[in-house]
Design a protein around this ligand. Structure first.
Ligand code: MD3
Ligand code: FE
Length: 214
């Protein structure tokens, strides 16, 4: 009813493509708790700009939580159990984050998703992620769950070949997208973040991607 709609801050799952489901506002009710969890992670494993194997500095700053984390350097992309900056294991995945990822995956038709890695991406104005595939994980049958917080970004969603046409999706604060099945290996990217101010996060966008890496 109208009263319920007034207090409901998410809307129904929206299929985007085979295996890809957009859950608008799915994380909205927990935004402050998520931000606190991210701050706890990055207090231990600070945001840093990885170097690509080609020697370029990534404009997106990254950290990780979980049993393993995504790292990059001149030797390549991979998952590592330890943070190369500290030599220590990555911070544990907070239960709130694990449960959010599991619940979102279930809502999209992927029951029992058990992520072992959470990549935390920070975009400041101008930061972008060029079109790429996520293929450093061992098992492509598990989906990837992504959570967007802060400034809106234009997400590019392509096909299985780099040259395939690209769909542009505006992802906003609290949106969750589950990428599995036939969409798991699609090319994707994020256009350069536009300047702006978000009431909770200020001039940045944070993105969490939950993965089953090993
Ligand atoms: C579609 N991150 O970290 S999340 C990445 O917004 C990454 O920070 C972006 O791409 C970001 O690798 C996009 C959405 C996403 C993540 C993984 C996918 C979309 C995907 C894997 C397959 C297809
Ligand atoms: Fe990706």
């Amino acid at each position: 009813m109208a009263t319920l709609a007034l207090f409901d801050d998410s809307s129904p799952p929206q299929p985007i493509a085979d295996g890809a489901v957009w859950l608008p506002g799915f994380a909205l009710a927990q935004d402050r708790a998520l931000l606190a969890a991210i701050e706890a992670i990055t207090a231990v494993a600070p945001f840093r700009h990885w170097e690509t194997p080609g020697g370029l500095r990534m404009s997106v700053a990254m950290s990780n939580a979980g049993d393993c984390g995504w790292v990059s350097d001149r030797r390549g992309y991979r998952y590592d159990t330890c943070d190369p900056l500290s030599g220590q294991p990555w911070p544990a995945l907070p239960p709130l984050l694990r449960e959010l990822a599991r619940d979102a995956a279930a809502a999209a038709g992927f029951p029992a998703f058990a992520p072992d890695a959470c990549l935390v991406n920070r975009y400041l104005p101008g930061a972008k992620l060029s079109l790429h595939q996520d293929r450093d994980e061992r098992d492509f049958t598990a989906p990837i769950v992504s959570v967007s917080l802060g400034l809106p970004a234009v997400f590019q969603f392509g096909g299985l070949k780099r040259a395939d046409p690209v769909l542009r999706l505006p992802l906003t604060h609290g949106d969750v997208v589950v990428w599995g099945g036939a969409s798991r290996l699609r090319f994707h990217g994020v256009l350069a973040l536009k300047a702006g101010h978000h009431p909770l996060l200020g001039a940045q966008r944070l993105n969490l991607t939950f993965r089953r890496a090993r």
